[in-house]
Design a protein around this ligand. Structure first.
Ligand code: PLP
Length: 462
């Protein structure tokens, strides 16, 4: 007994790495039999996470990788808050409500104080809810007109995968406008070719995933207005503002893409992208109460009170939402504009510099869409390397600058893309630029005999 106590006492003083726990590798795929000390478990996990690389160098993601210290504190403060427990945590629920109405007002809802909306886990859930509202509304319209409801369709440009999920899960025909030649986004003409009385809605994207451009919401809306005048067909718009919903209002306030256009019935955005919140929050807001069908709302009475809920999850963390509210209060329109403008300046500088190098043609230069840039290799030249080789080489310095091929009908076109986010300073950008130039020079001196393809490079993208 005494002996055992001695051993325990001794092991308490051990350096983590000379402890018995850590003298063997941890179990990986079978459930661990015994306890480990918290200190040891924490150490091996935090060590393992080193292998993820450095998120601040992840220029592929649209999501935030730097957050103010106060946001870390808020996340700590709220780790125990369940967003569904609105009766138990009425102030967290109140902060969510305020965010909904602040966003409605930011997006120029005619009735921002009374309209409906909800936080979600991201734009994907928000898009699912927005899509469902379109589907339910369309069924109502068709039933009222005595028409069939078995062949709904949705018209989009080249969209993020969440809309493929929506149409597949709900058995809605997806009429996705393919890219053709230099047209890499939707336009009004292509939309009009695809809409009919079974169209539940049109979804333009404010900040297309592949190229970072804004799709022309107003042009599409005007064309649908004209169509309604001529044919009576009244087709609603949902805007996927995953990125742009938190950019345009601050940096490009005159751009009409939101509820200023009466045809725009709902908008989704990602709080954890340019909303500058930590991962795990998105939003969907309806223009007006009437645009959200009532039978999509569930009333929950077993948590105390009688609370409306419209979400796919039940329990979910409240911290991200509180942090979102912190950002609104902390930054206001002025703060958001300054942060985003700094990112645009960096994106435009990088685009100009990469354009000057010679081998590249800039496809998106950080002007008119998201703070980002995208480029391709000039065509008709044997460069001795591909963008996949460059992406691969940049990884040796920790930079994640994805190269990928575009979707239909431009699968032939490979591009490289950088998302500039809060915390990617001009100084970091200048360091990246030096590494980019070095990589290009490396391949110019040592051309690759068989350049990498997307598959060989593991083609990472979002
Ligand atoms: C990121 C993104 C989504 C998905 O959003 P999550 O918040 O990651 O779920 C949907 N649409 C667009 C245009 C996006 O950029």
């Amino acid at each position: 007994m005494l002996h055992e106590k001695e051993i325990i006492r001794e092991s308490l003083g051990d350096s983590i790495y000379s402890s018995a726990d850590l003298s063997i590798a941890m179990p990986k795929y079978t459930f661990p039999l015994k306890e480990h000390s918290p200190r040891h478990a924490y150490q091996v996990i935090s060590d393992e996470l080193m292998l993820d690389g450095n998120s601040r160098q992840n220029l592929a993601t649209f999501c935030q990788t730097w957050l103010e210290p106060e946001i870390h504190d808020i996340m700590n403060l709220t780790i125990d808050k369940n967003m569904i427990d609105k009766d138990e945590y009425p102030q967290t629920a109140e902060l969510e409500e305020r965010c909904v109405h602040m966003l409605a007002s930011l997006w120029n809802s005619p009735n921002a104080t009374n309209t409906l909306g909800t936080s979600t886990t991201g734009s994907s859930e928000a898009a699912m809810l927005g899509g469902m509202a379109l589907l339910w509304k369309w069924r109502e319209r068709q039933k009222a007109a005595g028409k069939p409801i078995d062949k709904p369709n949705l018209v989009t440009g080249p969209v993020q995968i969440c809309w493929h999920k929506f149409t597949r899960y709900w058995d809605v025909e997806h009429r996705e406008i393919p890219m053709e030649g230099d047209r890499l986004i939707m336009n009004a003409e292509e939309v009009l070719k695809r809409v009919d009385e079974n169209t539940i809605g049109v979804v333009p994207t404010l900040g297309v995933t592949f190229t970072c451009d804004y799709e022309p919401v107003k042009e599409v809306s005007d064309a649908l207005d004209k169509l309604e005048k001529e044919t009576g067909l009244n087709i609603p718009i949902h805007v996927d503002g995953a990125s742009g919903g938190f950019l345009a209002p601050f940096v490009d306030p005159d751009l009409e893409w939101d509820f200023r256009l009466p045809r725009v019935k709902s908008i989704n955005t990602s709080g954890h992208k340019f909303g500058l919140a930590p991962l795990g929050v998105g939003w969907v807001i309806w223009r007006d109460k009437e645009d959200l069908p009532e039978d999509l709302i569930f009333w929950v009475n077993y948590l105390g009170g009688n609370m409306p809920t419209f979400a796919l999850n039940f329990s979910r963390p409240g911290g991200q939402i509180v942090a979102q509210y912190y950002n609104f209060l902390r930054l206001g329109k002025e703060g958001y504009r300054k942060i985003h403008q700094a990112c645009y300046d960096v994106a435009q500088w990088l685009a100009d510099e990469i354009g000057k190098l010679g081998p590249f043609e800039i496809i998106y230069d950080g002007r008119g869409g998201i703070p980002a840039l995208a480029w391709k290799l000039k065509e008709g030249v044997d460069h001795g390397f591909t963008l996949f080789d460059l992406a691969d080489r940049l990884r040796t310095r920790g930079w994640l600058v994805p190269a990928y091929t575009l979707p239909a009908n431009r699968e032939d076109l490979a591009i490289q893309r950088i998302l500039v986010k809060h915390g990617f300073s001009k100084d970091l950008a200048s360091l990246l630029m030096k590494d980019y130039v070095d990589s290009v020079n490396h391949f110019t001196k040592h051309p690759v005999a068989v350049p990498l393809t997307e598959e060989e490079s593991g083609g990472f993208k979002h």
